[in-house]
Write a protein that binds this ligand. Structure first.
Ligand code: ZN
Length: 83
């Protein structure tokens, strides 16, 4: 199965997109934009993450409303946001 970042939901088809652990090894759960050197680059809330992701999905041709709906239903399932 395709790996997706467990923070932002971005598909990680290539190893280059994996985040990095504090010891420099790859972190396969989070992408390089979210997780660098063993920590999340930004201390965001789920709502902030959704707002951050919307423009990228709009760029892919979705409406803002549609993008928000998708993010609101998928991001809470990810490891970082699961309660
Ligand atoms: Zn990510």
């Amino acid at each position: 199965m395709e790996k997706v970042c467990q923070s932002c939901g971005m598909p990680m088809a290539e190893e280059e997109l994996f985040g990095s652990n504090a010891d420099g090894s790859k972190n396969e759960e989070y992408c390089k934009y979210c997780f660098v050197n063993g920590s999340f680059g930004k201390d965001e809330t789920l709502e902030e993450m959704i707002s951050t992701c919307i423009p990228f999905m709009v760029e892919e041709g979705k409406t803002e409303e549609k993008a928000k709906g998708i993010l609101e239903s998928t991001l809470p399932q990810l490891k970082r946001w699961k309660k």
